[in-house]
Design a protein around this ligand. Structure first.
Ligand SMILES: *Cc1c(COP(=O)(O)O)cnc(C)c1O
Length: 473
């Protein structure tokens, strides 16, 4: 306090640039062009204030000039502006090898989906309009009929996401009534989606049966009361119980539920619209098979293995889907035109049977280790041709990618990564620099090296990635 008081009015403070001077700098003018004068003035005030406090707090008398303080203040403005901007939604390069990366926006879109998105967003569209009759049309009907066709279900409906779908289904069919679920399926998916909590919020009463690892059909049967509305089967997604385990088949659950006038609902999570065995994915429910085994209602996500936009897709019996559509909650949870644009285009790839090559998530998962090794080798060659001054050295290493998004946790496709080492910088510093690039590159550190997995980097991003790596050298 004493020293601060003494410093007030010190010659140094008299050199502090005014707000107007600060606003006259090139930095301020550049920022103003992007963000407008109100924001830049507040940035200038903050920079000025911070610099004043710094000068008051320091008792050393390093020589300062008006110019050096002005430059310092402008620099602070620039940093504060960059910090504010870092929160903005923008594209990143996913070099983690986690294909459905929830924090990075899950599924990248197919070319057709991107085109449909821009087309529909660029003007008005037929969201609820029938061009044949000139009358009001039904929102989402095209996407819904594709889904019904692909899954063999009578009917389909789309909401905001799969969590909303589960909530809506439980609320419509089981509010104030009992839902039977195995203790092995009372799971948490992605931090804030816990099956018991969703059930409670929906107004349904949870009747848990069996044990964590084993639940038999008789356990379900014994739990039935007059007030039972539903059997709920949840795909444990990011969680697997292995070893001494047992659970009834969906067909057996369907038989039991139907004999008791109850509904069988399966929350499939990711699910799969087509057989993905050739990608090594055998433990995600095939939606068409859930339907043919007798599930009355099935829900799954639009942006997991399906590879489209965030959405909760519900398929099943027509009478049940109609009841959902009539419920006021559906209105609150319905999807927007951008979602339908993306889903329609993505689903068309499935209908055409070109999904494995069109849909990026499936394409990335289909890439073999040989293909990825060849891409990595080519990339490393290009890098070494350009990088005689670089401190970065690249080694190719066999590793594993991850499906992600809570799907197929035990499938870890083999890959070949670029393992980066820097002469002087630690892996932590290099990883941070990559993240700080104009287009942030998200990588991972394994044993003091930075791993770049090209499985999740599209070929069109490779040139960009090369330049970023060179600039970190
Ligand atoms: C991922 C998942 C959800 C949530 O899906 P969102 O589309 O992210 O809301 C719900 N249930 C299961 C079983 C899941 O795997």
């Amino acid at each position: 306090m004493e020293s601060n008081a003494a410093a007030i009015g010190s010659p140094l403070l008299r050199l502090l640039p005014s707000i107007d001077e600060l606003l006259g700098t090139e930095t301020a003018r550049t920022i103003a062009a992007e963000t407008g004068s109100r924001r830049v003035t507040s940035l200038a005030r903050e920079a000025n204030e911070a610099l004043r406090n710094e000068l008051l707090g320091s008792d050393e008398d390093t020589p300062q000039t008006r110019e050096s303080l002005l430059a310092k203040a402008a620099d602070r403005m620039k940093t504060a502006w960059a910090e504010q901007n870092s929160g903005a939604l923008r594209r990143v390069i996913n070099a983690t090898g986690v294909v459905i990366h929830t924090n990075l926006g899950r599924a990248p879109l197919s070319e057709a989906a991107k085109k449909a998105l821009v087309d529909v967003a660029s003007g008005y569209c037929t969201l609820e309009y029938d061009v044949m009759s000139g009358n009001r049309g039904k929102r989402g009907s095209h996407a819904e009929s594709h889904i019904a066709e692909l899954t063999g279900a009578e009917s389909a409906i789309i909401v905001n996401n799969c969590a909303a779908a589960a909530f809506l289904i439980l609320n419509v069919f089981a509010s104030g009534r009992e839902v039977i679920i195995s203790r092995g399926e009372l799971v948490e998916i992605g931090g804030d989606f816990r099956i018991p909590d969703v059930l409670a919020q929906s107004g349904a009463v949870l009747r848990e049966v069996g044990t964590t690892n084993r639940t038999k059909i008789a356990d379900y049967e014994r739990a039935f009361t007059e007030n039972t509305a539903m059997i709920l089967r949840v795909h444990p997604s990011n969680y697997r119980i292995v070893g001494f385990t047992e659970r009834p088949s969906l067909a057996d659950l369907a038989k039991l539920a139907h004999g008791k006038d109850a509904i069988l609902y399966e929350d499939a999570g990711s699910g799969a619209l087509i057989d993905l065995t050739e990608l090594g994915i055998t433990d995600e429910p095939l939606i068409s098979s859930s339907i043919s085994q007798g599930a009355d209602i099935v829900s799954f996500s639009g942006d997991k293995l399906l590879g489209g936009s965030q959405a909760g897709i519900i398929v099943g019996r027509r009478d049940l889907i109609n009841r959902i559509r009539k419920n006021p909650l559906y209105r609150a949870l319905r999807a927007d035109k951008l979602t339908y644009a993306v889903l329609e285009a993505t689903l068309e790839s499935y209908v055409r049977e070109t999904a494995l090559s069109d849909v990026p998530v499936l394409r990335m998962l289909s890439a073999t280790q040989e293909e990825l090794a060849a891409r990595a080798r080519k990339f490393a060659d290009k890098f070494s041709k350009r990088s005689d001054q670089s401190g970065i050295s690249i080694e190719l290493i066999e590793a594993n990618s991850v499906v992600g998004g809570g799907a197929a946790p035990s499938v870890n496709p083999k890959t070949t990564v670029l393992a980066l080492n820097h002469k002087t910088k630690s892996a932590t510093v290099l990883e941070e620099e990559l993240r700080g690039a104009l287009v942030p590159v998200i990588s991972r550190i394994v044993e003091d090296r930075v791993f770049i997995d090209l499985r999740t980097v599209s070929e069109s991003e490779e040139a960009e990635l090369l330049e970023i790596l060179l600039s970190c050298g």
